[in-house]
Design a protein around this ligand. Sequence first.
Ligand code: CS2
Length: 494
Amino acid sequence: MSKQRLNLKTVSTLAAGITVPNYDRSAVTAGIVHLGIGAFHRAHMAVYVDDLLSKDPSWGIVGASLRRPDTKDALEPQDGLYTIAVRDAAGTHPRVIGSILKVMDANTERDALLDLMASPEVRIVSLTVTEKGYCYEPSTGELDLNHADIQHDLSNPSAPKSAPGMLVEALARRKAAGIAPFTVMSCDNLPNNGQTAKRIVTAFAAKRDADLGEWVKGVAFPSTMVDRIVPSTTDADREEVASLIGAEDAWPIMTEPFTQWVIEDNFPSGRPAFEEVGAQLVQDVEPFEHMKLRMLNGSHSTMAYAGYLGGYEYIAEVVGDEDYRELVHGLMTEEVIPTLDMPGVDLEAYRDQLLARFANPALKHRTWQIAMDGSQKLPQRLLGTIRDRLAAGQSIDRLALGVAAWMRYVMAIDEEGNEIDVRDPLALKLLAIAADAGEDPEAYFNGLVSIQSIFGTDLIDNEVFRNAVLEQLWSFWQDGAHETVANYQLSAQE
Ligand code: CS2
């Protein structure tokens, strides 16, 4: 029997004990437009906002998708309501979130969306557009003027496709109407995400028109560090949530109990009282971003590539393998923690908490999901740490293993000879390099390390980096992932 659909009419009839919005939804107005309304936003910022709407209903969210309309299709019949289902060893705990008032498809509703972004009641435009949405060079963080979407948006400024193009057009409309700018809040996993967003948006604006470029320099771009693990939703998850809540939800969001949000307190146009709902408001987010990107995401990417190649589907299985666990423990303890400057923070405790989060057996976080877009992720997750350690004359063996695992993974053939579905904006280029190199790991290494958008211009000539990564790459090539992970210390000691 098919169940009723989750929406404003049915929300009061859900199974007993399900937490639902505790505010009058009809009184909530839009104060935030969020670009990139994917699963991460719905498990993170939208939950913090849901927690504060009973005190201040002027901060509802209108979400926008820049690429696919799938979130709009799922949430429109549900009046924007959806479930987050928190998973731990004790079970799955659903809660209905109401902070997303509606979802707009930037492709079909572009003008209406830009007008909304330009309206005075919208005071924050937040972003989770993923690394590639910034249309930048990952190694330098500079706007990529050759990017097809940037070229399109410079020629068609009032009908933009890219996130920088949308932000600048909305800001231009505000400027023309004499309305103060909104604050741009990046919630992506980039170091200095506020500064990065600012660099890209101001560069794009200045390219459009010098006056606009100057005006945009006055916009606030607070940095934030965001953290919550959000595996993709499966059909089995949908069924479980439907039976728990007593209604169909086309797109529930599965997540872990842990959540963290550190925000730079720089909102000249006003902000919700995020500190009252668990966020940390600080003056400088950068140390937190380094900590999270290098510890959590650096470990994640290493486990994703080496784990996938070792035949593991989920992160919990990877850390369940003693050799992998020891690798990641050693990576964080010996190679990452010494690069971090976090007075007053117990980094060993943070590491142990991460290992426990990775081991959450209920979470089902796919190695393949984390493996996506490695060309965009490697610089901030592994290469920054490597540079700091090389500069200090310190060893990089485990970090090099992570880089080598990525190199082996993007050959797109697994250890059984099966194809790997490599999702990456540079996938074709990576494949061409593998094809040219044939059976020669050194030629393959040389080809990859010459991609400046990933490796910059310095690492190609660094002997320590070359030797360390090549050694691990040889080992992946000849002995496979399990042996490489089990033996990295032996080879490092020789
Ligand atoms: C993961 C992150 O998919 C990935 O690349 O490393 O999304 C990770 O789960 C989050 O950053 C956790 O906050």
